[in-house]
Write a protein that binds this ligand. Sequence first.
Ligand code: GDP
Length: 356
Amino acid sequence: WDSLSGPHHPLPPQGLSSSPSQDQDKEYVGFATLPNQVHRKTVKKGFTFTLIVAGESGLGKSTLINSLFLTDLYKDRKVLNAEERISRTVAIIKHTVGIEEKGVKLRLTIIDTPGFGDAVNNTESWRHIDDYIDQQFEQYFRDESGLNRRNIQDNRVHCCLYFISPFGHGLRPLDVDCMRALHEKVNIIPVLAKADSLTPAEVCRKKMKIREEIKQFGINIYQFPECDSDEDEDFKTQEQILKNSIPFAVIGSNVQVESKGRKFRGRVYPWGVVEVENPAHSDFLLLRNMLVRTHMQDLKDVTREIHYENYRAQCIQNMTRMVVLERKRRWVELRKMQEVLERIQEQMQHSHRGGC
Ligand code: GDP
């Protein structure tokens, strides 16, 4: 690349309002402002992000989502009793909120899966989640192949927060089955729920066990992108911390606590107070930063470039196979008709000769 930004060609100042001064104007073509143009356009359009939460009920899914996005998405939720839950199938409930921060708009959709793991027999309890993800891909595929491609609403699921119980010994068969059923379709981020019920040593042991099992059972969870070699050391360290923290040990709370003159989201126990956002107490902040500040775009890119592309390729393959089958079927029909015609012709020739 020929550089226009040497000592005699400084780049225009960064930021939305940057415009080269008159002196610089003579030496600039001006494409250095391209990132700003893209920035302005995307900010205007707004962003969307869709997150699915899975894991058995009572693990703190709704509380964590409220804590993560500082909203109350579950105001109208009705918690079912044990009898109602026995025959209950997994429901898919969609909550959408528009959030705005410093002029940037985000349409956040949370897909909740009440009833997951609640029935007596939970075989294939993940089927509804699997179908839901496929339906969104299918809808997008249809819209993309349709006439009005400009205003497609993207409802593809970008991430699945999978809640693992802190009370078991690692993954349960349902966790393994579910994650394996979904891992080719969605970015799975495993979280160790209610981490305040474990001692630091237990958290460490459980995380190690879960990581081993994820590897052992061939589950492909979301992989943080590899750092470029020219990335700064702080960034590299941060990425390594993220990788080592899987599954994120989280704590959620819907209430503000006041202690020692400070107000924070936390949980009060007779023996002390747990702070949701205290890195010494849980990985909540790591998860939120990763999800919202550092990796949201990568989660969307992986969804578009890998998961959706796989779905699309599969669809096109199936469609081609159907076309080939249809052609074969028509050819067989044509062949049959030809045979009938040949027989009729033969019979006619016979009767003609007989008549002579
Ligand atoms: P969901 O059914 O998975 O959505 O679970 P909820 O968010 O409704 O939480 C179920 C119960 O667990 C509620 O009583 C919450 O107050 C409690 N809870 C939520 N998060 C935590 C947590 O991090 N630690 C502990 N100890 N309890 C929690």
